[in-house]
Design a protein around this ligand. Structure first.
Ligand code: HDE
Length: 666
């Protein structure tokens, strides 16, 4: 057993391997499970066939409603270790006791698509973490983008209705390339900043392992003296933040619609455990009004250069689930699952979320006892006077289920704050009841501009092309024009380039927000780059030199680079197994390519394999003997990241670690 949560789950695991008689749900051993009970071999099925009825009834009810958003998700277990005692800021035990490893469960997700949609769609990604602490479950329910589309929770149903497939034809699945989303965008300019992020490369992460995570809202940390600091939560992936290229993402959608989930599953299965550091941006209460934006506005981020991210601990995902339905599907997150020492701010988006999450579980998980599902149970004791309800699994003993009582000495009893009972932060509020947007929430463009300013040239081009793709898919010209008019308020040049691509008039007015402010942390150009767990396809033939390949594979393995041998058909090359073919894989599924041997003239799939790696800016290594064959492709060996393989593969690895050679001319 790895930790308390694992131990707790063990009690619920059922292993049907070995000698396991098949029984009904009542424990009755059955002599037959293949044929229903009939009146004669060719006659009708009899109503008394309880075994058939039970089996079919259970099957008929196997599905539960998928999540209204974030339906497609994938989860894993792990642990969180704290680097330093944070009691200066918080009394939360999992953030003060460095000796403790806290079990966690993380579910990553796309937002728009249904449960069976593609992994590599352009969308935000959910990054929800449940910490099973000794003081109860703490959920950090975040995304891979630090800001949100709207400022007030009451607009969430409108946003989601605009984002989801359109109601009259249920198109499109998994993305926002349709009229209602872009109409929403143009009519609700507060969505501009987050839309810039989703149109950037952040909207197509390469893997969950290479995604940042953000708590988005401003929360509070509260220490034992009751002093509060504002805080923003971050997850920083130790492998860096990396994305796909849009053309590649679209091809992968067909080649492997499970691309991201398979990557996570296989990495954990192999022992390449993904790791993230927990980062905190901490702001003293006195600094609340120090910025040119409102820190309660969830469409704004705190530039890391102004409020540094303090890395306080590390999360490692080290165990795949045993059963996806039981764990990943039934896990129920809620931003209101808190522990003492963490509290909310008045962000109106966060406040509304505090209602929505429990409410949605009632229909999704069928009643008020979903906290008793094994994946949702805290690892510490939990007791109160709530009773009964659908799917109650406990047998609560005793005469009383109310408070105060004398019959049971007032048990279960409350716990004073000094002894670990949760107490809401004593914030003083003196206000009128109003339905209004705060004046301080009314500026929507300067951070969208800062994000755009911070991107590298290729990132800016990708963002422009993403806008052109999505807006180009809209049917109404006025929707496209309104969207361009909104982008014009961020950057006139960007709006002009998009207008030209989608065939609407370029903006003539000069409305862009004037700012050249940048935040270098926002560009993925500045991210960590490592060889660890990158993957390479090696193209070989039956005539390839086994010894030479083995030597190369050893170097790759020594550098923690994964590889697959690919050829026209599966075969054995001495001790080496060539199990992947041009039918089963494609260069889009790898980080790099090494062409050792190919048959000429190149067959179309082989040519496409190599050319796709080239146009996706990946590192291509080639043996001198195939230089002539490469002339049949669009690959220009003089371009960056195209490396002739010598005896030692170090030159190749030096290029591979770069991951994308954006300066390659196509
Ligand atoms: Fe969610 N969101 N959300 N959300 N959200 C849900 O809860 C909601 C928001 C996020 O893997 C739902 O259990 C409202 C921001 C993630 O199980 C639902 C508002 C952020 C997940 C819901 C927001 C998120 C959800 C659907 C605006 C990033 C998946 C099923 C006020 C900080 C969790 C469910 C998982 C899921 C409501 C906005 C992240 C309906 C009302 C902002 C990662 O309750």
């Amino acid at each position: 057993m790895t930790n308390e949560k694992d131990k707790q789950l063990e009690a619920f695991r059922r292993d049907h391997s070995g000698d396991t008689p098949l029984t009904t749900n009542q424990g009755l051993k059955m002599a037959e499970d293949e044929f229903s009970l009939k009146a004669g071999e060719r006659g009708p099925t009899l109503l008394e066939d309880f075994h058939f009825r039970e089996k079919m009834t259970h099957f008929d009810h196997e599905r539960i409603p998928e999540r209204i958003v974030h339906a497609r998700g994938y989860g894993a277990h792990g642990e969180f270790e704290l680097y330093e005692d944070l009691s200066e800021y918080t009394k939360a035990k999992f953030l003060t006791d460095t000796s403790k490893k806290t079990p966690v469960f993380v579910r990553f997700s796309t937002v728009q698509g249904s449960k069976g949609s593609n992994d590599t769609v352009r969308d935000a990604r959910g990054f929800a973490t449940k910490f099973y602490t000794e003081e109860g479950n703490y959920d950090l329910v975040g995304n891979n983008i630090p800001v949100f589309f709207i400022q007030d929770a009451i607009k969430f149903p409108d946003l989601v209705h605009a984002v989801k497939p359109e109601p009259h034809n249920e198109i499109p699945q998994g993305g926002t390339a349709h009229d209602t989303f872009w109409d929403f965008f143009a009519q609700n300019p507060e969505s501009t900043h987050m839309t810039m992020w989703t149109m950037s490369d952040r909207g197509i992460p390469k893997s969950f392992r290479t995604m940042e995570g953000f708590g988005v809202h401003t929360f509070r940390l509260v220490n034992a003296e009751g002093k509060s600091h504002f805080v923003k939560f971050h997850w920083k992936p130790l492998l860096g933040t990396h994305s796909l290229v849009w053309d590649e993402a679209q091809i992968i959608a067909g080649k492997n619609s499970d691309y991201n989930r398979e990557d996570l599953y296989e990495a954990i299965d192999k022992g390449d455990y993904p790791e993230w550091e927990l980062g905190l941006q901490i702001l003293p209460e006195e600094d609340e009004f120090k910025f040119d934006f409102d820190i309660l506005d969830p469409t704004k981020l705190w530039p890391e250069e102004e409020v540094p991210v303090k890395r306080v601990g590390k999360m490692t995902l080290n165990r795949n689930v045993d059963n996806v339905f039981a764990e990943t599907e039934q896990v129920a997150f809620h931003p209101g699952h808190l522990v003492p020492g963490i509290d909310f701010s008045n962000d109106p988006l966060l406040q509304g979320r505090l209602f929505s999450y429990t409410d949605t579980q009632l229909s999704r998980l069928g009643g008020p006892n979903f906290h008793q599902l094994p994946i949702n149970r805290p690892v510490c004791p939990f007791a109160n006077n709530q009773r009964d309800g659908m799917h109650q699994t406990f047998v609560h003993k005793g005469q009383t289920a109310y408070h105060n009582n004398a019959i049971n000495n007032n048990n279960p009893h409350t716990t004073p704050a000094e002894e670990g009972g949760f107490e809401h932060y004593h914030e003083k509020i003196d206000a009128h009841k109003v339905r209004a947007r705060s004046e301080s929430f009314k500026e929507h463009y300067s951070q969208a501009k800062m994000f755009y300013n911070s991107l590298s040239k290729p990132e800016k081009e990708h963002l422009r092309d993403a806008f052109a793709f999505e807006l180009g898919k809209c049917k109404h010209d006025f929707v496209k024009e309104n969207a361009v008019a909104n982008i014009n308020k961020v950057d006139k040049d960007l709006a002009t380039q998009i207008a030209e691509k989608i065939g609407v008039d370029a903006p003539t007015t000069d409305e862009e927000v004037k700012s050249d402010k940048k935040s270098p942390a926002l560009s993925m150009e500045n991210t960590v780059k490592k060889l660890d767990t990158l993957s390479v396809a090696l193209l070989v033939t039956e005539q390839s030199d086994e010894a030479k390949i083995k030597k190369l594979l050893t170097t790759l393995a020594d550098n923690k680079v994964n590889y697959k041998l690919v050829s026209e058909k599966a075969f054995k090359l001495g001790e080496l197994k060539v199990s992947e073919t041009f039918d089963t894989v494609h260069s889009t599924l790898f980080d790099g390519l090494i062409v050792l041997d190919v048959k000429t003239p190149l067959l179309p799939p082989v040519k496409d394999f190599i050319e796709a790696a080239n146009r996706h800016f990946k590192t291509i290594g080639y043996d001198a003997s195939v230089a002539k064959a490469l002339e049949e492709t669009a690959v220009d060996v003089a371009q960056p990241g195209i490396v002739e393989m010598s005896d030692d593969a170090n030159k190749y690895l030096e290029a591979l670690v770069v991951q994308r050679h954006w300066d390659r001319k196509l």
